[in-house]
Structures are given as structure tokens and as C-alpha cells.
Ligand binder design. Sequence first.
Ligand code: SAM
Length: 351
Amino acid sequence: MTPEQALIPEASRRADTAYLDFVEGIREFVLNERDGLDHDIDQLFAALEQRRGKAYASYDEVAEVMDRTAVGPLRNRLMRTQQEMQWRRIVATLEPKRAALEAELTSYEERGPGELLLDPAFQTPDYANVHFHLQPGGYHKDTLAGYLYHYSTKVFFRGLNDSDAIHKGAAKPTPVPADGQVNRILDLGCSIGQSTTALKEKFPQAAVWGIDHSAPMLRYAHRRSVSLDIDVNFAQRLAEDNGFPDGHFDLVYSMILFHEIPTRIAEEVVQEVARVLRPGGLFVAHDFVSSNNSTPLQLYHREFDCRYNGEPYAQQFCHSDFQGMMERAGLKLQRRIGDGYGFMNTWWAER
Ligand SMILES: C[S@@+](CC[C@H](N)C(=O)[O-])C[C@H]1O[C@@H](n2cnc3c(N)ncnc32)[C@H](O)[C@@H]1O
């Protein structure tokens, strides 16, 4: 077992572990790239596009076809139901341990390596009061939100991220500024800190900060990095108002943050990134693909997620002009690449 796997929260009962494995199996049945329902939907659209001689370009066109099939609504029903089943059982299995887990978080607060800065006066912005992915209490209302989220992402990624492989894989090819200097790194919307620790492993000489609006996520992130003996710092701050000095960072990084904030906030976040990057510093953002290269399945999936699965801002982000936001902030896009994690793209921009 890897050190990361050893830190995945444990269910209270073996029956809960088995139940959640079954829920993971439902996701696998839908999402498996070779023989899941999504694979069938992709194939169906490829055949239809070939017959009609042009691509399906808008959600309305796609839904017109897909909502009348058996496979489309079945897919959506399974995706929603498995999320509901997952959360109900994760909450139920961690509830008997609540007092012990809360005590565990407290016992780690003053421990190092790394600092944890929480802001008792912090005001959560209204746009963040969403039950993302249907998580009960959203990211910040339940003191055990970090534990709930970590177990849920085990199911969400179908075991593929149990050792942080997705976060490490995304951090590994992170470019460095032209002068090779990477002394300070900021990870925006770090959640339970998986990319924060992956960045420290990639750049051991750098001081790494992860920020998030959610105190429960940060407390869990700190508990996790201390247990892994990785020296990273966490602070309760907004990505659009991070409180660091101008030109402070060599690298600002974000992983799957932007599709979970409204476009007007995304614009502010990118302005703030430009403010805290030093000249020549880099902004690296991994997030969902934008609409100009979405497949029919991606359009269909995202709209379903927006309406019924706790992702209200994802379609907005994917139709926004992310490159334009960077240019307006004075950042110059260097590269934009699909990085192989299904729905994600990576943008590298220079200040
Ligand atoms: C989908 S999670 C991504 C977590 C992490 N980057 C990862 O790759 O696992 C989005 C995180 O961003 C945080 N977040 C959303 N809006 C934020 C904002 N404006 N400022 C700081 N954190 C924010 C949420 O609390 C949540 O933990």
C-alpha cells in the first residue's frame, strides 16, 4: 500500500466498503473508455455524424438525438443515482467516527512540516454555496468535508487516483520559467492538497502554498501533508483575493478550479494571478475542455452535470474565452494542450 492509499478514509463497516465498491462499479459501467455506456454514445454519434455529413456542434442538437435514445437517459439516471448512493453511504459510514475525526484534525493543526493559516472572520462568497457534485454541505459546511470529499473522489476516479497518480501525473510536466527559477509556488483551489504535495515533490526547493476558501478542506489537506511528511503550507484565502504581495510567485497553478466558479469570478482570478506572478513567471491551469473542441458526448455530459449533478458553472466556463481573460490580465498564452485526462486541457501562460 502506498502512503497516499493508507490515508484514504476508512469506512466504519465492511458492508459500507462493499456497497461503495458497487457504486464505483456503476460509474465504471458508464465511463469505461472501451466498453462503457459513454463509449457506445461516442460510437453512435460518430456513425450519425458520418451519415449526416456534418458534426453535431451544439448541446441542443445533441440532446435532440440523445434524449430520444434508451442509452442517453439511462446514462444520466445512473450518473445521478450513483452520486446520491455514494454520498448517502459515505456520510453514514463516517458519522460514527465524527468526534474522533474532528479530534484528529485538531491534533494536527499545530504540527509541521508546513503551516496552516485559517481565517476565523472568513466570509464564504455566495457563489460558493453550492453542493458541488451533490456533496452534502458543499465544500465548506461540514467540518468533515475533507474526509467526505477524499472518499468520494476514490469512487469518482474509480481507484485511478488512490495514490494521487492523476495529480502527480498532471504536475510532472509542469514547465519552468525561462530563467529556470522556481522558488515560490501557489496552488489555487487546492482542496485536500493533492496537487500541492505533487508540486512540492516536483519542485522540492520551492516554498509551496495551497489556498482554498474551505476551512474543512484545508484542515484535512494539512493533516494529510503532515502525515506524508511533505512540507507545504495552506491558507484560507480566495483565489480572486489571495493576499500575497505583488510579483511574489514564480508559478501559479490550478487544477479543476475554473469550471467551479462563475465566469465573472474567473476573470477576477486571472487578474489576481497576473498580479502575484513575477515577470517571466508562469500560470499553469488544468481544466475542462472549452466548447470549441467539445465532442457531442462532452456537450451532453456537461449539460447534464450543470442541470442535475452539482456543476452549475461548468458549461459557462467551457464557453468562456479563457485565453482572452489571460490576455486582458497581461498574460501571454504559451501553449494549450489536451493532457490525456479525458475532459481536461492544460494552459500555460507567461507574465
Ligand atoms: C474541484 S475542487 C479541485 C480541487 C483540487 N485543485 C484538485 O485538483 O483536487 C475545487 C476547489 O476549489 C475551491 N474553490 C472554489 N472557488 C474558490 C475560490 N474562489 N477561492 C478559493 N478556493 C476556491 C473549492 O473549495 C474546492 O476545494
